[in-house]
Write a protein that binds this ligand. Structure first.
Ligand code: AMP
Length: 277
């Protein structure tokens, strides 16, 4: 596996491999089995696998969050090597955003205004900008993303529809621990008690899902909310929406696909998760 820090090194690698299809997996590092599932999915693709490890400052609306984001590059490199990744691209922020960088302007519509978009102003435009930059340089054939960041998947789809129509996207299911807690780099900041508490979010989503179509959407939601309230969990949002429009239904429509989306705080750590109904 080669380790590339400069765009010029990446371009050289891409030239040397120009006859092969490229699979690309963007990450912010502090890698875990959730990331591994994306790399394993890419291995089925028979492509050259390029993984980026870059904590993108543009997508952090909170400077404290950026500062406390776990960074474990050496460990990540060993992790990626063991998984059979071909190249890791781990640039500095000035490499990705040199003085000459002209920020992409993309209208993300409602995605930038509701739920994650509402609570993390500027987050998704930061995501869109870094991906536009990486996709433009790497020109991957396929890119892999986790459904754990569901609203991000919608943002990626919008970016790709507009700018990279030949890029194939693959969505990978959320990997959870034995208690149901979605794996996340941020979990490393939780105590053992915090991990147990955080897994209640999974239970709350199961409780809501178990009542879907039996009770009204609002009543079903209430079942999960009550479970979180019993644990005094700090909820930023816990909602049930149409999976495409992100609008809360008043009644169940037979042919619509719904998803529960949630963001909570445990021990000051912000966690997001979701579950299809
Ligand atoms: P991150 O490093 O958090 O930016 O995540 C990089 C990619 O890994 C994103 O596409 C995430 O959705 C995905 N990912 C993170 N956690 C998980 C998980 N528990 N299961 C599946 N994919 C994940």
């Amino acid at each position: 596996m080669v380790i590339l820090q400069k765009i010029s090194e990446l371009e050289l690698f891409l030239n040397e491999n120009n006859s092969s299809q490229k699979a690309f997996i963007p990450t912010m590092g502090a890698l875990h089995s959730g990331h591994a599932s994306l790399i394993k999915a890419a291995k089925n693709d028979q492509s050259v696998i390029i993984c980026s490890v870059f904590v993108n400052p543009l997508q952090f609306n909170n400077p404290q969050d950026l500062q406390s984001y776990p960074q474990t590059l050496e460990q990540d490199i060993r992790f990626l090597e063991a998984l059979g990744c071909d190249a890791v691209f781990a640039p500095s922020a000035t490499e990705v955003y040199p003085k000459s960088y002209e920020p992409l302007n993309i209208d993300l519509g409602i995605l930038d205004q509701v739920l994650e978009g509402h609570h993390r102003p500027g987050h998704f435009i930061g995501v869109a900008r870094v991906l536009h930059r990486f996709f433009s340089i790497i020109k991957p054939h396929t890119a892999f993303f986790g459904l754990k960041d569901y609203q991000q998947c919608l943002v990626v789809q919008k970016l790709v529809d507009q700018y990279f129509p030949n890029l194939k996207l693959q969505w990978v299911p959320t990997v959870r621990d034995t208690r149901g807690l979605a794996l996340s780099s941020r979990n490393s900041r939780l105590s053992e008690h915090g991990i147990i508490l955080a897994s209640q979010l999974y239970q709350a989503m199961l409780a809501t899902r178990s009542q879907a179509f039996l009770k009204s959407p609002q009543e079903a939601l209430q079942c999960g909310m009550e479970l979180l309230a019993q644990q005094a969990i700090d909820i930023e949002y816990f909602t049930l929406v149409d999976s495409q429009t992100l609008i809360e239904p008043k009644v169940w429509e037979p042919n619509q696909k719904y998803i529960i989306l949630a963001a909570i705080y445990i021990e000051g750590v912000r966690l997001i998760d979701n579950m299809f109904i």
